[in-house]
Design a protein around this ligand. Structure first.
Ligand SMILES: C[S@@+](CC[C@H](N)C(=O)[O-])C[C@H]1O[C@@H](n2cnc3c(N)ncnc32)[C@H](O)[C@@H]1O
Length: 230
């Protein structure tokens, strides 16, 4: 078993994010070579939030991923189970209703949100199926889910280079910003173990979502999946 699957115990994942919370946003920009900002713009387009919409940003961390939705005038609820990440978010964006909650037991009623979205979070949740079912439960009929997650580059030679970059370069690059590169070893390993685009689409369908489709970003380094609640 690899470190990624061993360390997916919820309390270990939460404390790992507590530990990197203060430098999370900076490190993100460095290791994604600035691509993270571009991916967030595409998520915002897919979510299509507008005034009057109620949006759940699950696994929101420091709530950086929530900002583009809030900027439209929608009511956005950032939710995460790492108190360290939430406190960092509260320091920066005190006006947002940051909420503590576990993706597999969401602290919300049924049929509440127009859109539920999760960026770079689903891969870290121990029970993916349970999280997808919970997201479905809290979405209004006619509402949608948008998932932004690392995926598999579609062009074979690039996929090989990318996996090499990830496995070998990520921890040393991260070490230039943070003292403990261990979370970035975990990041690289968890990306390798994560379902590819069609496999994640199948998990969404199994959880009840309909009209499931995806779009690749940066050649498939990241994929945006969408589904609807009938
Ligand atoms: C890589 S961060 C992503 C943060 C933010 N969405 C972004 O795009 O910057 C992943 C987040 O998932 C959260 N997370 C992991 N498992 C979770 C769970 N079961 N319930 C709630 N949050 C979870 C972690 O605490 C962490 O803040």
């Amino acid at each position: 078993m690899t470190r990624a699957s061993l360390d997916k115990q919820p309390h270990e994942v939460a404390s790992m994010f507590d530990g990197i919370a203060a430098k999370y946003d900076l490190t993100n920009d460095v290791i994604s070579l600035g691509q993270a900002r571009l991916w967030r713009k595409e998520v915002a387009k897919a979510v299509g939030a507008r005034p009057g919409h109620v949006v759940l940003d699950l696994a929101a961390g420091t709530a950086t991923s929530s900002l583009p939705f809030a900027a439209t005038g929608a009511y956005v609820v950032p939710c995460d189970f790492s108190l360290g990440m939430l406190m960092e978010g509260k320091k920066k964006h005190s006006w947002l209703p940051l909420t503590a909650g576990d993706a597999t037991k969401l602290p919300f009623g049924d049929d509440v949100f127009d859109t539920v979205t999760i960026s770079f979070g689903l891969r870290n949740v121990q029970d993916t199926d349970a999280a997808l079912r919970e997201l479905y439960r809290v979405t209004k009929p006619g509402g949608q889910v948008v998932i932004c997650e690392f995926s598999q580059p579609t062009w074979g030679p690039f996929r090989t280079v990318y996996m090499e970059y990830l496995m070998r370069a990520l921890p040393p690059v991260a070490r230039t910003v943070v003292s403990d590169p261990e979370p970035y070893v975990y990041l690289a390993e968890s990306i390798r173990e994560w379902p590819d685009q069609p496999a994640l689409a199948a998990l969404l369908q199994k959880a009840g979502w309909s009209g499931v489709a995806w779009r690749n970003l940066s050649g498939g380094i990241v994929a945006l999946h969408r589904g609807f609640k009938d």
